[in-house]
Design a protein around this ligand. Sequence first.
Ligand SMILES: *[C@@H]1O[C@H](CO)[C@@H](O)[C@H](O)[C@H]1NC(C)=O
Ligand SMILES: *[C@@H]1O[C@H](CO)[C@@H](O)[C@H](O)[C@H]1NC(C)=O
Length: 383
Amino acid sequence: MKITSLLWLCAFTLPQYVCSETEEERIAARLERGYQWPPSDSDYKPNTPGWKKLFEHRLRQVEEMEDKSSRFEAYVQTLSASIVQPNFTEHGFGLARAPDDLMDALRQGIYDGLKAGPREEAHYPAIAGKRPWFIDRPDLMTRVLKELQHFPEAWSNMELTPEIAYGFRLYRNQSNLYMHVDKPETHVISFILHIDSSEDAEPWPILIEDYHGTTHEVILKSGDMLFYESSKCFHGRPHTFHGSWYSSVFVHYYPKYGYKETFNDREKVWALPNHWQDDPKTHHEAPIVMHGTTFEEPSCPNGWCQTKWTKKWSGPGKDGYWIAPSGESFLFQPKQQACEDYSEKCSEWVAWDTNECNRNSDYMLIHCKKSCNVCSDNSEAEL
Ligand SMILES: *[C@@H]1O[C@H](CO)[C@@H](O)[C@H](O)[C@H]1NC(C)=O
Ligand SMILES: *[C@@H]1O[C@H](CO)[C@@H](O)[C@H](O)[C@H]1NC(C)=O
């Protein structure tokens, strides 16, 4: 039976506004946006051959899923990452080092929290096995979010708005994190800051896909920062963790200008093909099983078929550099942006027309920060 409304999914999967849309309205919106099926070469973002191949394959797997609501979620996640969300960097991810003084405070935060006795984290379908422990240190999370903001800004070459630093989560023995992408509204430019693990912990790689379709397996050392476009690059820790605990902090930002204003969460639903409700006709590919919004391939070792073909590397990163998935290193010395005008004319322009900062924001908000009065708290304090 075909359904003409998404109402049946509303209770557990979809936000309300999607639910007010009938399937006819969705298809009309999809047509208007020019989505094709299969997606054309130029629909893929980025449109590299490797990225296209990776997602053509994943979409074939999704098309073959039996359970309709899982199939719907798998389409949404796959299409959002591959064709809806823009990419803001060339490589998708990179590895750098965090400053030592902050790392000392963070490691101490974990040791203190372990002594005091951590609580259990809420249940998330993304994590299999025991619930992680959780240590609440909002003071330290605020430091990470604000003191390190210029690191992801330098890496992405963009000014960012901080969303959240989430931690300390301590994964426990025999658990794993299924492959997924993060929510695109706010989790755009992100980093994982690896804090520490128990002495009995075995190395536990994070898997992440790059913009050429290669899957990387990265072993992080304490103080490593893995930058990534977290709503684009599928990532997870599908291998089972062996050890008492393993702790990282997850930190998310989105572009400061022109992103949230134009973001539309319906876009990823409009991208679904008209036939998304049809039962599969073939079963050629490795099956996908969904856990909430996260993915598992149970027929393969470690629950993820690409674990056989990964490019393996491990931290620590190099001080003063960031390392790209291509293996290249780039100089990396992030500095807090000063609250400055870069043109002597800035104050003149603003005095002439007070609306200049809005009308010509692409230029003005970057080159005339002081005159446009858009300095962050930190940079003002430096003056
Ligand atoms: C998106 O990725 C492609 C492929 O690496 C790259 O050529 C392009 O410059 C990237 N876009 C931005 C805005 O960095
Ligand atoms: C983790 O679990 C396995 C299987 O139950 C067990 O053999 C091992 O000793 C445990 N390791 C730790 C550090 O608890």
